[in-house]
Design a protein around this ligand. Structure first.
Ligand SMILES: Cc1cc2nc3c(=O)[nH]c(=O)nc-3n(C[C@H](O)[C@H](O)[C@H](O)COP(=O)(O)O)c2cc1C
Length: 134
């Protein structure tokens, strides 16, 4: 049985907080691309990529990792979460553009301006964890 891994990059710490919360809550492995890019993906069925957005663009480390592992990703269940400032339609459009660039169909955004859960993280994070666990 393969597991799930979260691989992310963060500048201001928001993506990191979300990634760490998900990893702790669900018991998933987690890697920060700022610290490590050589990650053995063979034991994972599911890969969750996480990025913030600067001027509409995902973080370069995440883009590079996705590009470098395009062949491996074909055999995995890959999801993306985008930590962003935008809300609503604008955020949805931004998220789907990044997802398209990455060739990842399963993509969500977590807005820093949206509703929060009990630990102050975007409320939608909990539903995403549940969905990814099933
Ligand atoms: C220079 C800069 C540009 C940004 N551009 C965007 C943007 O185009 N769209 C957006 O939704 N958020 C934008 N943001 C907000 C960040 O994407 C958001 O705060 C995100 O949660 C940051 O993640 P991080 O803390 O992991 O780096 C920008 C932030 C900065 C500092």
């Amino acid at each position: 049985m393969g597991g799930t891994v979260i691989i992310y990059s963060s500048f201001a710490g928001k993506t990191r907080k979300i990634a760490k919360y998900m990893a702790e809550k669900a018991g998933w492995d987690i890697f920060d691309l700022k610290l490590q890019t050589n990650i053995d993906l063979t034991s994972y069925d599911r890969i969750i990529m996480g990025t913030g957005v600067h001027n509409g663009n995902p973080y370069a480390r995440v883009t590079r990792f996705v590009e470098d592992h395009a062949d491996v990703f074909l055999d995995k269940d890959v999801a993306l979460f985008v930590s962003c400032l935008y809300v609503g339609e604008r955020a949805a459009k931004q998220c789907s553009e990044i997802a398209k660039e990455f060739h990842i169909n399963n993509a969500v955004f977590f807005s820093t301006r949206g509703e929060k859960n009990e630990v102050g993280l975007p409320k939608d994070v909990d539903a995403f964890i549940e969905r990814m666990k099933s």
